[in-house]
Design a protein around this ligand. Sequence first.
Ligand SMILES: [Zn+2]
Ligand SMILES: [Zn+2]
Length: 371
Amino acid sequence: MRTKRRITIWRGLLSALSIILLIGTLNACGKQESTYAGSPLADAQAQDSREEADLAVHYLDVGQGSAALLESDGHYVLIDGGVNEYSSFVVSYLKKQGVETLDYVVITHYDADHLAGVIGVLHQFSVNQVLSADYEADTKLYRSYTEIMEERSVREQHPRIGETYTFGSALIRITGPVKYDYEDENDNSVSAVVSAGSNKFFFGGDMGEASETDVLEEGVDVEADVYLVNHHGSDTATTEAFLEAVAPSAAVISCGSGNSYGHPKEAVLERLSEQGAEVYRTDIQGTLIARSDGREIIFDQKPDKAETDANQAGAAGEETREYILNTNTKKFHLPDCGSVKDMKEKNKRSFVGSRQEVLDEGYSPCGNCRP
Ligand SMILES: [Zn+2]
Ligand SMILES: [Zn+2]
């Protein structure tokens, strides 16, 4: 007994020491990477597995859609596949990563911006099991999905809250929905917390307020270090109560540059900043990769806010020049940006001033021309 206890304390000391050493190393290199440590409670629970854990989450830039590739010890999982236009990008990205077989493909719901890319993946890779929402959609896309599933004889399961699935040293725990017959199909989205050691990532598809509220009422633990923002940053999702329950250190928004929905909504960005979550955006930063060793998470890029701050601090922020504003999407562009040609005349406005003045008007920079 006594020996056992001593070992535990010694272990605790050792890991505390290694964290101090690690911080020291980072400081010594002068690096400012964005790292997020898991909560101490989860740390204790995951004490035995954390040294071994390994998970990489690739938030793919699939325009106005969502797709994430997860890898742990050579095992792969795809959560949604993005819009049709990015289907071949998703396939080639997976091939570049060396994917041959996917342990699981999670289809949160059957809207085209999540399902379309999955069909391409089912054609190109072997898939052990699909975990999908338990409803049927009355669309051509859904029918081609059921056809390829039959053709490939892929096992399909509609997961329920509390069920778990492992891949490599990572674990998928289903957190929603509480039912599959919501009026708004978005609320039927399958949600899950994927964990590696003490690190956790939340995925909730397009679930909105109704589904978020029901999950909280059910008492499901949705806490996570990284929150993939529900419904691309729509303000019909990510309620204050839900965000408080997730309590993320970092948030990833998957949306398309200049999308017609105006995602992400300012109200959601404000809620995220109040929560203290650093924000990453595929529309501005492209594909993002977060790696966890079971103890801390490191992103391959700095958060979007840091990028904006750095830009504002630079002299470029003061310079006066012409920008083209889209009064509908609230994005601003350089005059020669490709999106300017496609912009409706009634939404187009020329603005001469500094970058800061445009930002102060409530506009955000286009992800393509990066003004
Ligand atoms: Zn969507
Ligand atoms: Zn949707």
